[in-house]
Design a protein around this ligand. Structure first.
Ligand code: FAD
Length: 285
């Protein structure tokens, strides 16, 4: 079977082509091509979205930041607004793959591939990101935590594309941190990731959003640890960080009790969490 590459110029055209042809969206190809090769599969049509300028934009308007699905990790790294205002997202992009991969891989591909180790997902989860989907019936929106349902599984329907991701900019008193443990710095798929968002009011943690990656079939909000941290005084971190790490370790162990890797992961997660949490607090102080 020969493969044809279709090059739509707009998101609507991409949706139209997806409806008409038995094809797959091709963004950076860093997951798709490897998967097709590994499974010795062929695809009759690639619908290559790299010509669609509206999908390659990073837009900051008012309180909202919008990432087009074809924004690459290199685009995020090179964006000074993200580097200065949402450093945890910048770091997640910076720690993702080597620069050859960062230059090709897109944020939309990372989300749609829905790997448990996808580096962008935990930070987008704590930011409360919304996935904007486009099909023939128009647009619909889903929180990223609803969009991703399992390892490689999303709520994307046939003929639909992920058009963009949107979230609110951080406000005064809101800080984030990200940490990643991988086998080799920069080149590896992560073993554990952790993202934290804190809402701080009068030096107390008023809200805590904590999400881990690679610790289950999908990125997971850790609600027991979030509850433990709520109400804690920011400046007395030394008094409770070890206990918080222990709560998280226990929460992860309960979820993954049957996996052999839990022996290592229940210990390692403590260090990854402390690094992410310390970075978040560091942005406040
Ligand atoms: C050497 C190497 C290192 C890597 N390291 C990391 C790492 O450290 N961290 C990490 O998270 N990942 C890593 N990856 C995985 C991969 O690079 C990322 O998941 C990447 O973000 C995928 O994006 P892409 O644009 O290449 O997607 P593609 O491969 O083009 O697409 C992936 C899947 O999503 C679908 N798709 C893509 N965009 C859309 C859209 N807009 N709408 C609907 N469907 C869509 C495609 O049809 C396909 O099924 C690595 C991969 C390699 C090869």
């Amino acid at each position: 079977m020969n493969t044809s590459v279709l090059l739509p110029n707009t998101a609507d055209e991409a949706v139209y082509m997806l409806q008409r042809h038995e094809g797959k969206i091709l963004a950076g190809g860093t997951d798709l091509l490897i998967e097709l090769r590994k499974e010795n599969k062929k695809c009759e049509y690639f619908i290559d979205i790299n010509n669609i300028m509206e999908l390659k934009r990073i837009e900051i308007s008012g309180d909202t930041l919008r990432l087009g699905c074809a924004v690459t990790f290199a685009d995020i790294i090179n964006n000074s607004y993200i580097r200065d205002n949402i450093p945890a997202l910048w770091e997640a992009a910076f720690r993702m793959g080597a620069c050859q991969i960062q230059n090709r891989a897109t944020i939309g591909g990372n989300i749609c591939n829905a790997a448990p180790a996808a580096d962008s997902i935990p930070i987008l989860m704590v930011l409360g990101a919304i996935c904007i989907l486009r099909g023939t019936a128009g647009q619909r929106k889903l929180l990223i935590k609803e969009f991703i349902i399992g390892n490689g599984k999303t709520r994307l329907e046939a003929g639909e594309i992920l058009e963009a991701i949107e979230f609110d900019n951080l406000k005064a008193g809101e800080v984030c941190g990200f940490a990643k443990l991988g086998k080799r710095n920069a080149l590896s798929i992560s073993t554990i990731t952790c993202a934290v968002k804190l809402v701080i009011l009068e030096n107390m943690i008023a809200e805590c959003y904590l999400c881990t990656g690679s610790l289950g079939s999908k990125a997971c909000r850790e609600s027991n640890t979030e509850g433990y941290l709520k109400g804690k005084p920011v400046l007395k971190i030394g008094e409770y960080i070890e206990e918080a790490a222990a709560v998280l370790s226990q929460e992860v162990e309960q979820r993954l009790s049957t996996r052999p890797s839990i022996i290592y992961k229940k210990v390692a997660v403590k260090g990854v969490f402390k690094e992410a949490f310390n970075k978040a607090i560091g942005h406040f102080i």
